[in-house]
Design a protein around this ligand. Structure first.
Ligand code: FPP
Length: 252
């Protein structure tokens, strides 16, 4: 495929792409470098893929930047990663604004260092007016944390007499998740080759198309991103229906 290919043709881009950015550590180790060198290089990929997603007409890009479980990594790596993420976001804010990209975050912020949280909130406020791509960072995030929180919120509404348990639907659950104001991901990409979903958006990816690439995140290119979108376009999304039903729907 032409590296410059844009998805502005007749096929609608996925509205929401979610990415598990894996393989930074292995990328660095393969080169005899410290793991943090992989995270530093990974930031360049974040910039590249954010631009690619904007060009492709994607509305939401959610990146798994730091999981709840990542707090258990060696303290030095945790500190370095937090520092790197905050610095990168601050440095990129003017470009985010220039490219009309709005920054949001999902995650358990009670565990985030206060200063990092304040600085990230500042970047969100600075880009709040942007109307192009929404870049959502999953930071201190895990799906089980998110679903547990949603269950607590719903239970409180029931206990307060504001919600009838019989009236609870899948939409009630969705509306109480951190992603309530975003559509579910159409496409989930995982770099680094592992075939697992690692506690990421478990509720929301029920019908997402999944593309796993062996490429480590620092090497993930714009062209690879477009190829993942091509794979998405070549899938038949049936949402539990038959092919025939889907084709009848299309021909209506
Ligand atoms: C997984 O690689 C990656 C992470 C835990 C962190 C990802 C974070 C970044 C790329 C920086 C994000 C920056 C911004 C601005 C959002 P790994 O270390 O688990 O790799 P491995 O599987 O090879 O060990």
């Amino acid at each position: 495929m032409n590296a410059d290919k844009r998805h502005t043709g007749p096929l609608a881009p996925p509205a929401h792409v979610a990415i598990i950015m894996d393989g930074n550590g292995r990328w660095a180790q393969k080169r005899g470098l410290d793991r943090s060198a992989g995270h530093v290089e990974g930031v360049n990929t974040v910039r590249r893929i954010t631009e690619a997603a904007s060009k492709a007409g994607v509305s939401y890009l959610t990146l798994y930047a730091f999981s709840t479980e990542n707090w258990n990594r060696p303290q030095q790596e945790v500190d370095a990663l937090m520092h790197l993420i905050v610095l990168a976001i601050e440095r990129e804010t003017p470009d985010l604004i220039r490219n009309n990209v709005r920054l949001t975050m999902i995650g358990d912020f009670t565990r985030m260092p206060t200063e990092a949280l304040e600085r990230l909130r500042q970047c969100m406020a600075d880009t709040a007016h942007c109307t192009g791509l929404t870049l959502c960072l999953a930071l201190s995030y895990s799906s089980r944390w998110e679903i547990t929180e949603a269950a607590r919120r719903i239970a409180r509404q029931v206990a307060a007499g504001d919600l009838d348990p019989e009236a609870i639907t899948a939409d009630t659950v969705s509306a109480n998740l951190a992603t309530a104001d975003m559509p579910d991901p159409d496409l989930l990409i995982r770099t680094g080759g592992d075939m697992r979903v690692s506690n990421f958006l478990l509720w929301q990816i029920a019908y997402s198309e999944i593309v796993v690439t062996p490429t480590f995140w620092p090497d993930f290119s714009e062209q690879m991103f477009y190829e993942a979108i091509d794979q998405y376009h070549n899938r038949e999304r049936r949402f539990g229906l038959t092919s025939e039903q889907i084709n009848n729907e299309k021909n209506r």
